[in-house]
Design a protein around this ligand. Structure first.
Ligand code: HEM
Length: 223
């Protein structure tokens, strides 16, 4: 049963929609959490500590965080694998005249494809930068994310990498949210305008909220 659903195009689109919505929920929470940096070192570092103790005493230290990490990894892999397989199907299903004419994929398909690749690469960079500190520009200190974030946005390339990624998030969410709503059957002639508005507002809020942090450091509001 699960095999049949996974093998169908609509099954893969459903996997994309559901995993996308899970990641979207994480992004909204992450963006709001990041804004705590504007309330100072104590509040931001305290928040990062809370992320590790949430659920105690029922949960052990970092258990909830690891649970979230596992869910996110499953979502990222499911999203990427189904996106790849759907795009292979799409190419195979094209009539051969398309191949001769070298018809290009639509604007939305291209931005989603390249945006997805950029975001995949960014997530690896971001974890090596602010979670493990492997590629971090300053003296990375575990448990001191405030200073780590300030260090990241004190280099020109840190700002470029994050701002490009955040713009990619905005564009990806704008189209992705809309597609997910259609796949999950929320679309209708009366609701489509409202869905587009929700997609645009979500994309804008995420972009502005995330970009506020590098801008805050660059302007000296956060230092
Ligand atoms: C300006 C934008 C961003 C800032 C300042 C930022 C900041 C941070 C920080 C400080 C951490 C480490 C938290 C900790 O260990 O306590 C983190 C983790 C993370 N961020 Fe971001 N982030 C930004 C954008 C993004 C975006 C756009 C994505 C996804 C597309 C993302 C996904 C993640 C993930 C997956 C983790 C790993 C959580 C973990 O397992 O430790 N972040 N971020």
């Amino acid at each position: 049963m699960a095999r049949t659903v996974w093998d169908s195009t609509v099954g893969k689109k459903t996997v994309m929609a559901v995993s996308g919505l899970v990641m979207l929920l994480y992004l909204v929470v992450h963006m709001i959490g990041n804004l705590k940096i504007f309330f100072g070192t104590g509040e931001f570092n305290g928040y990062a500590h809370w992320l590790r103790t949430v659920g105690e005493p029922f949960m052990h230290y970092e258990w909830t965080l690891w649970l979230v990490r596992v869910v996110l990894v499953v979502a990222v892999v499911a999203h990427a694998v189904s996106a790849y397989q759907l795009s292979r199907r799409d190419i195979k299903a094209r009539p051969s005249k398309y191949v001769h004419k070298k018809k290009r994929a639509s604007y939305a398909t291209r931005t989603m494809r390249w945006g997805g690749i950029i975001l995949g690469l960014f997530i690896v960079w971001h974890i090596l930068d602010l979670t493990t500190g492997t590629v971090h520009s300053g003296g990375f200190e575990t448990g001191k994310p405030y200073q780590n974030v300030v260090d990241t946005f004190s280099t020109w390339y840190g700002n470029v990498i994050y701002i490009v990624a955040v713009l990619a998030v905005g564009m990806h969410v704008r189209h992705g949210f809309w597609s997910a709503a259609q796949t999950l059957g929320a679309g209708s002639r009366t609701r489509d305008r409202a869905l587009k508005t929700v997609a645009n507002v979500l994309a804008l809020l995420l972009t502005v909220g995330f970009v506020a942090v590098p801008v805050g450091v660059m302007t000296g509001v956060v230092s």
